[in-house]
Design a protein around this ligand. Structure first.
Ligand code: HEC
Length: 121
């Protein structure tokens, strides 16, 4: 057998992670698995439908499916990693009239959550 197929298999295995997940983590500096756990822990799903999060069926806020492809966050901020983190960490500082409460997240939790949300294309 020629040697290259083995090497090729190795390269494929090392790129086994989904590209969208990798990009989401690199652009936010967050960890998507910790992000998903933080979303569950903080109960974001009581107000949002969030794909991949069990029990996230709330209807008070907009569904977060496709948030990774949106142009604006909450209709007021351009959708960049730092702006998404800013919103989820302290929405009232961005828009004092918003219904979304300040959830008391740490910077790291906001990063991790933003990472997870950016996998939702
Ligand atoms: C009490 C209900 C409530 C909770 C809890 C809540 N949100 Fe929200 N969220 C809202 C509402 C309402 C909006 C729409 C805000 C607006 O457009 O002014 C919103 C908007 C957002 C947006 C922008 C969505 C878009 O379409 O632009 C994101 C992202 C978001 N929330 C993430 C989260 C995360 C992450 C958590 C948990 C840490 C969370 N929310 C918890 C009510 C909530």
């Amino acid at each position: 057998m020629r040697p290259w197929p083995r090497r090729f298999a190795f390269v494929l295995a090392s790129c086994g992670r989904n590209d969208a997940e990798h990009i989401a983590e690199v652009t936010t500096g967050g960890n998507i698995h910790r992000g998903a756990a933080a979303i569950e822990r903080h109960g974001c799903g009581s107000c949002h439908v969030i794909p991949g999060i069990s029990g996230a069926t709330g209807l008070a806020g907009p569904p977060l499916a496709g948030i990774g492809s949106r142009i604006y966050v909450a209709g007021v901020l351009q959708n960049t990693p730092s702006n998404l983190m800013r919103w989820i960490e302290n929405p009232k500082a961005v828009d004092e009239k918003t219904v979304m409460p300040n959830m008391g997240l740490t910077d790291q939790e906001a990063r991790d959550i933003a990472g997870y949300l950016y996998t939702l294309k």
